[in-house]
Every structure is written in structure tokens, then in C-alpha cells.
Design a protein around this ligand. Structure first.
Ligand SMILES: *Cc1c(COP(=O)(O)O)cnc(C)c1O
Length: 431
């Protein structure tokens, strides 16, 4: 923890951020890193290990963001780093076939036995983009249904929001997206079978796929009813549309496999990212051979990548998945999650509410029901989060710099750290 004799200072970070802003739009290479939702300027990191990282001013933090989800083992796990070192010495990129691709495919397919084919890409965004094109190619249909508040990366057809009216074609949620593309996506609400039924009644024969995060974790943690997800399974099947579960966050986070197995709803395609790269850029699409064979070069749906299946990235992912494969890490994460939950619950503060699944936490700092839709996230909860953010950072607790984002525990967090953080949070909530 930052030594109490040395005052918390972010002077070096501030200076470097000013420099970064002069060359990089907003000073960052991914928008949420700019700290806009909590005010102030971001910290510049120098080094990370396990549950902790250190900024360039010398401040030490317990990191509850963990690179937004990939680092299920914590920062710079020795086994993963060793695997990366070894792979790097044997070539940074082949652009040709190698054994690592087979190992990765076997690991994913052995964990998800409902599928028998997988394609590797470099990010979650790419995985989703490919899954959507594949769904459209395989069904010869154009329309995609997504849910308000689901995040699926930054491809054109996913950066859409609901227009006005009940059943609506999407409107671009970013400049630079042609309306002709945005309105090939229908945007509807989580937790609402009736609206989905209306959409299929009107457009069923034109819908290529429904895409959803089965555990929405990008606008809070909006746990859905299993019935709702099962309903999506059935209505897509009846209408000849595909169901895509975007498991870029949830895949391999709670078990050696997908969240879909925990709820026993089996989609047609699963998109993966984050954990399967163990901190390096890897994404994947898994499905049945029957659907996947539509991808080039076997089929006519084009997809490619200079660095796809990169041997160094895959080394990190393979080592991470091997470590996860016996289930002991997930058991540990569940225990840590339960411990942290019990600490917060023990405080008995009505507005200190949170949602938890395994090692994912989301603070919704307000009384009452936990939200199932983004519209139900209260202003008061967001304001409280912003108010708490900087005092907690100063005490050495790094939270995701936005009240919409979830916290991640890693296997390198320990109970003592959770207790310290819970005490600090409870203390701030009482003041
Ligand atoms: C992070 C995320 C993505 C995008 O992945 P990137 O690797 O950032 O492109 C897509 N879908 C979900 C559910 C995600 O959480």
C-alpha cells in the first residue's frame, strides 16, 4: 500500500497524460480508460504483478479491474509469462500452421463439448463481427437482433441503439456508421419475452441471428432469468435463426467452459475473447461444423487475419486454459467472491448493494431491486460511485473507472485484500 508518509501524488501521471493527449485522441487507445465517468485524469502504470499494480508516481494499488476481465490468474502469472517467453524465442509470428492452433482448438472444444469447430481471431470485436457475418451467410438473411445495454465490441452493426417506438430498427450509436447498416440491427430490451415475440412475428423470416451476452456484464451486471434465455433459444429455433451467445467476458470466467453450460441453454455460436488470451489478444468463434464450414476457405463467408492464431498470444491462452482445466482456480474464485460478498452484506448498509456471479462484482450503490436493464440503473447509484472513486483510489484500491463497469477478482487476490477493501468501502459509505 502507498506509504502513509508519502502523500498520494499523481504528478507524473498527470504530466504524461498531458503529453499523451497531445498525440493520441483523448490520450487513450480505448475510451473508458480516459476516466471521463469518474472525472480526473487516468493513472499511468509501470508494472503489475498478481493482484497489484504500480503507477509511475510510485503508488501501489490493489487492482479490481484486472484489464477488464482477461486476467483470471492475476497480472503476470509466472507460468503464463514463461510460456510466452518460450514461444517468443521460437518466432513472433508464423502466418502459417502450427501446433499451438490445434492445442487451443482442443482446449476450447474439450471444454465446450456442444461444439466441434472453432476459428481463432485476435479480439472479442473480431469474434463477434465474424459470428454475425457467418450467421448471415449461413441463413441467407440480413437482420440481427441485439439488446439495449449489451456490448459486443465496436463493429458497425453492434454500435446501435434503440430508436423510438417499441419494435425498432437500430440507430447508429456512433458517428461514421451508415444508417443503412445500423437499421439492419433490431434493438430490443432484456428480460422481455413479449417484445422479442413481436419482433419475430413481424420479421421472423428475415432474422439471421439473435445476439446476447447471456450474462450481460458491460452495463452493470444484469443477471437474466434462465427462462428468458431459454425463450430466445426456442424462438430462434422455430424461426430458423441462429442464437449467438457473446461470452467474451463470461467464457472460462466461472468454469472450464461457458456460462451457457451453467444455465444449460445451448446457443448455435459462442464468441470468446478475454480469458482465452490470458492477457494477450485472442478471440474465437465456436459452433457446430455444419455452421462453421461456411467460413472461408471451406465456405463462402470470408474471414482472415495476418496475426490470427499468433503463436505468442496462443501460448498465453493455452497456458491459462491448462491451469484452469482442473477447476481448482474457479473454486478459489467462487470462494473469494463469496467472502467479499459476505463482508459487504455484513455491513448492513441499505444503499451498499451489489450483484455478484462468481468472481465478477458490480456495485449498484442504491437501495431496492437490482437492475435487469440499463434503464433501471439509478442516478443515485452512479453519483455515489463517482464520489467514492477517488478516495478509494487514494487508499490504494483501483476500481474500473466507470459505474457501469464490473469489478473482477483474480486468483491472486487474497482474503486480507478483500477485507481491507471492504472496510474502506464500508467506511466511505458510512460517511
Ligand atoms: C470485451 C467484450 C467484447 C469486445 O472484445 P474486445 O477484445 O475488446 O474487442 C465483446 N463482447 C463482450 C461481451 C465483451 O465483454
Amino acid at each position: 500500500m502507498s506509504n502513509t508518509c508519502i502523500p498520494f501524488s499523481l504528478n507524473a501521471s498527470l504530466e504524461r497524460f498531458t503529453k499523451a493527449v497531445s498525440m493520441i485522441p483523448g490520450g487513450v487507445n480505448s475510451p473508458v480508460r480516459a476516466f471521463k465517468s469518474v472525472g480526473g485524469t487516468p493513472v499511468f502504470l509501470k508494472r503489475a504483478k498478481g493482484s497489484r499494480f504500480w503507477d509511475i508516481d510510485g503508488n501501489e494499488y490493489i487492482d479490481f479491474c484486472q484489464s477488464w476481465g482477461p486476467l483470471v490468474l492475476g497480472h503476470a502469472d509466472e507460468r503464463v509469462v514463461a510460456a510466452v517467453r518460450e514461444a517468443a524465442c521460437n518466432g513472433l509470428s508464423f502466418g502459417a500452421c502450427h501446433e499451438g492452433e490445434i492445442q487451443m482448438a482442443e482446449l476450447i472444444l474439450s471444454a465446450m463439448r456442444d461444439f466441434n469447430c472453432v476459428r481463432l481471431v485476435n479480439s472479442g470485436t473480431e469474434a463477434v463481427m465474424t459470428a454475425l457475418r457467418l450467421a448471415r451467410g449461413a441463413t441467407s438473411r440480413d437482420l440481427i437482433v441485439k439488446f439495449e445495454g449489451g456490448y459486443h465490441g465496436h463493429s458497425d452493426s453492434m454500435l446501435v441503439k434503440a430508436g423510438s417506438g417499441l419494435v425498432t430498427f437500430g440507430e447508429a450509436d456512433s458517428s461514421g456508421i451508415p444508417s443503412k447498416i445500423a437499421n439492419q440491427t433490431i434493438v430490443t430490451a432484456f428480460d422481455d419475452e413479449d417484445r422479442v415475440a413481436d419482433i419475430f412475428k413481424q420479421y421472423g423470416s428475415r432474422i439471421a441471428a439473435v445476439i446476447i451476452e447471456p450474462l450481460p456484464a458491460n452495463n452493470g451486471l444484469l443477471v437474466q432469468r434462465r427462462d428468458f434465455l431459454q425463450y430466445l433459444r426456442e424462438i430462434t429455433q422455430v424461426n430458423g435463426s441462429l442464437l449467438i451467445f457473446d461470452e467474451v467476458i463470461s467464457g472460462f470466467r466461472f468454469n472450464f467452459g461457458g456460462y451457457y453450460q451453467m444455465i444449460d441453454v445451448i446457443p448455435d455460436l459462442v464468441t470468446l475473447g478475454k480469458v482465452i488470451g490470458g492477457g494477450m489478444p485472442v478471440g474465437a468463434i465456436a459452433g457446430s461444423r455444419e455452421i462453421m464450414k461456411n467460413l472461408a476457405p471451406e465456405g463462402s463467408v470470408y474471414q482472415a487475419g495476418t496475426l490470427s492464431g499468433n503463436p505468442v498470444s496462443l501460448a498465453a491462452g493455452i497456458e491459462t486454459l491448462k491451469i484452469l482445466s482442473d477447476g481448482s482456480i474457479h473454486k478459489k474464485l467462487e470462494n473469494l467472491g463469496r467472502k467479499f460478498a459476505s463482508l459487504l452484506e455484513g455491513a448492513n448498509i441499505t444503499s451498499l448493494r451489489f450483484e455478484r456471479v462468481g468472481s465478477i462484482f458490480w456495485l449498484h450503490l442504491d437501495e431496492g431491486e437490482l437492475p435487469k436493464k440499463p434503464a433501471e440503473i439509478s442516478r443515485a447509484a452512479m453519483e455515489r460511485y463517482k464520489t467514492l472513486y477517488w478516495p478509494l483510489l487514494e487508499k490504494g484500491f483501483y476500481l474500473p473507472p466507470s459505474p457501469y463497469e464490473v469489478m473482477f477478482l483474480s486468483a491472486s487476490h487474497n482474503e486480507e485484500e478483500l477485507t481491507k477493501f471492504a472496510d474502506a468501502l464500508i467506511n466511505k459509505m458510512q460517511n
